[in-house]
Design a protein. Structure first.
Length: 377
């Protein structure tokens, strides 16, 4: 039961951007290892220009986003879809709906269409009211034109069930356990064990970066606070300017070396995760896998992953309190250990790839697949 599968909706692999690229990288390679033919669509200006990657076929399509901004994403998705229509894929897995669902009428009729429904994009505060309204419309189109759905968060699964009466399949992101090689990668002269606080995020308002740094700025802590993320956008410039007089706060820019990021997470005294919109966040899982002690923004998305194994904050005063009072004793070690257990047994990449394969086969073959599984059992 080997299938011809396409993955659309990302900027491409290997990951050089974000969450959907991250999971597409792992899932595509994993499905190839399980014998399927997998094609991932890449932007024509993606840094990786070869036609295959670890057994995955790469199709490069023209992407005018670099010329016209966000509107170019719609053209790029259309170009990918037009190409995919010619190639007669058994299954098309669409990652997200923001700029693809408007082309829903063009989805190939003979392909099984599965959409990963993303994380309530219309709630993001960085978008204007008109854009938020469009994203709500795009969400409806994704539900209308897709046959099957994936949610990367139980919160999103519940939302889709209540709003659209659809039963989406919950499959989260995954993370790799922190390796001995990564543990030794960071020079101790750069990061002394437990000597600093850390956050890693895109510079966007909904990631609560201002709240976190405001709380730290008002604290009496003598530790440093390292901030990982590109500060070149408008909000990033605002944040760096607002806290320019606090020499404890260090804006380190983007770091794309995964091993170095994970070592920084592992060595931090307390890792702040401010994301408030979206599903299961990859950087949160990586912090858990890197054995970081975590303080997370108090919202259902984060709580559905961390449960009682994190500190929570809702405002700057609560951040300041955590900065000044959190210690590293047995209770905190247990929180770290419990999160590591979740990575091993719940957010394990091999398990997640198995779930993707099983769901894809169920969607495409339906009752025939269930009959084969029953006979094999």
């Amino acid at each position: 039961m080997k299938l011809k599968i396409a993955i659309l909706g990302t900027r491409g692999i290997p990951n050089n951007y974000g969450g959907f690229e991250h999971i597409s990288e792992y899932v595509s390679e994993g499905l190839v290892k399980r014998g399927h033919s997998v094609t991932v669509y890449n932007s024509h200006n993606h840094p990786y220009q070869k036609n295959s990657w670890n057994g995955v076929e790469i199709r490069h399509c023209y992407d005018p986003e670099y010329l016209v901004g966000a509107a170019g994403q719609f053209v790029y998705d259309l170009n990918c879809l037009v190409d995919a229509r010619r190639r007669k894929f058994d299954v098309i897995l669409i990652m997200g709906y923001t700029s693809s669902s408007v082309w829903g009428k063009l989805y190939p009729a003979k392909s099984t269409i599965i959409t990963n429904m993303d994380g309530l994009e219309w709630k993001r505060s960085k978008y204007s009211h008109s854009v938020q309204q469009f994203l709500k419309y795009a969400e409806k189109l994704a539900v209308k034109y897709s046959q099957f759905y994936i949610s990367d968060s139980l919160v999103i699964k519940s939302y889709l069930g209540e709003k659209y009466n659809i039963d989406s399949k919950y499959i989260p992101y995954g993370a790799d356990l922190f390796s001995d090689e990564e543990r030794e990668q960071l020079d101790n002269t750069e990061a002394l064990k437990e000597d600093y606080f850390l956050l890693m995020a895109r510079m966007e308002p909904e990631n609560n970066i201002e709240t976190i740094l405001e709380g730290f700025n008002e604290s009496n802590s003598r530790r440093r606070f390292k901030v990982l993320g590109d500060t070149g956008n408008r909000f990033g410039k605002f944040i760096t300017d607002k806290f320019r007089n606090d020499d404890r706060i260090q804006f380190k820019g983007s770091i794309f070396d995964t091993g170095k990021v994970r070592a920084l997470q592992n060595n931090s005294y307390l890792y702040f995760h401010g994301h408030s919109v979206g599903g299961t966040n990859p950087s949160l899982l990586e912090a858990m896998a890197s054995e970081a002690l975590i303080a997370a923004h108090n919202n259902p998305f984060n709580k559905s992953v961390l449960h009682a194994d994190a500190f929570y904050f809702s405002n700057a005063d609560e951040v300041r309190s955590l900065v000044e009072t959190v210690q590293r004793k047995e209770t905190e070690k247990t929180m770290v250990s419990n999160n590591l257990h979740k990575i091993k047994y719940q957010f394990n990449w091999e398990k997640i790839i198995d779930q993707y394969e099983e769901f894809i086969l169920e969607c495409h073959y339906g009752s025939r697949y269930e009959q084969v599984v029953a006979l094999q059992g």
